[in-house]
Design a protein around this ligand. Sequence first.
Ligand code: PLP
Length: 477
Amino acid sequence: MIDLTEFRIQANEMVDWMVHYYENIESFPVKPDIPPGEILSRLPAAPPSAGESMDDIFRDFKNTILPGMTHWQNPSFFAYFPANSSYPSVLAEMLTAALGAQCMVWETSPAAAELEERMMQWLRQMLGLPSSWEGVIQDTASTSTLTAILTAREKYTGFSSNKQGLSGLPVFRIYGSTETHSSIEKAVKIAGIGQENFVKIKPDDHLRLDPAKLSQAIEADRKTGKTPLAVIATLGTTGTTAIDDIEAIGNVCQEHHIWLHVDAALAGTALLLPEFRWMIRGIERADSFVFNPHKWMFTNFDCSAYFIRDKESLICTFEILPEYLKTKTRGKVNDYRDWGIPLGRRFRALKLWFVIRSYGVEGLQATVRRHITIARWLEEQVIQNPAFELMAPRTLNTVCFRYHPVEIKDAATLDRLNETLMLHLNKSGEMLLSHTRVGGAYTIRLVVGQTYVESRHVEEAWKRIKDTATAIELKNS
Ligand SMILES: Cc1ncc(COP(=O)(O)O)c(C=O)c1O
């Protein structure tokens, strides 16, 4: 155990280390090249019986843990979707940890509840969402979507399924496309609706949910006595960042009185830019919306912004009032424990406040715009290079491509070549990419979204991709 004097010494040392880490982040391999079990084998099998010095613990962090970390804040992290962060966000997280507050109800931290209320209003304005909507911070988009599906289920059953259980209820159906994120299918499982009742509709040529096919699926279900409950539209699918047509899908939902949830986990951040507001044309027809500031808005994981049209139905779904949580302020303030699944809540609004104030809306816009401009540059390089193929249209910051030398015609060979290419690049530690399948074909994704990424990082990555592709092909020929 350390005392406050030692805490000061260690805290200063760790802040210095953090600065050094960020200064040198490009020198760390983006992903460690270590076998499974390597770190585990270096950790003692049993806990220490006597306390150890912080110097020893910190030394082991640097020697044992750090070499096994993937460096998500390295500007050459281009995989998945980013979980980016920023200096103001890290500072806020330090203060949040120091306060150690559990923000379950207004009474347990009034400022946390009221800052959360204000931050959600700021975000709503910043993204151009309807002014009557209300928002709450959840841990992840997965939780937000589960919250939406549970609320849809409760609202449909007149809030009786929470009380009486699911037996005797109709067979509910939830709709998305084959490109919809796996967290939706998971939510359908957890919500007691049954994985088989998640209807995955084949997307259109641009990998968007097809409103006509959606309509047909709903009508077919109705004819067989099933009950369409909710549609999940995606702004920015995980594979290719395709943008579903909210207006057209909203019309179908309105016609059939179905809940519309919009999953904008990554792409919601692009709504900061007026030139991308077309993505939410028709949003007033949606019932709920989620985007993750912890993906592309420079706010440390976790921070998921969930918005809802009808706040009362959300609260009716989740509220529960044991004696020990009764307060005199109930009904006059927002008790966010009633706005989602967990009782205990972290103070997540603080990092949003720090980030939004430190960048300003214009600073956030400039950074996101820069990322999109860099992604556009890369897309042009891919298009212009006859040995590469653009696999899906780029809308925002995800570029999907594969290496496709003209002489190779065989699909399986191309898949193998591209998988080998990506594995080589990732193993180098110089960058991290991930993949998807487009029309069944192995496709490499490069997402430009890390906070500190500059043109030079993507230029360097592109050169390395081309050189490695040529080297692999020569070796194989
Ligand atoms: C479109 C989309 N929705 C939902 C999620 C799940 O996000 P979370 O990790 O916050 O649950 C992701 C994750 O990448 C995603 O890409």
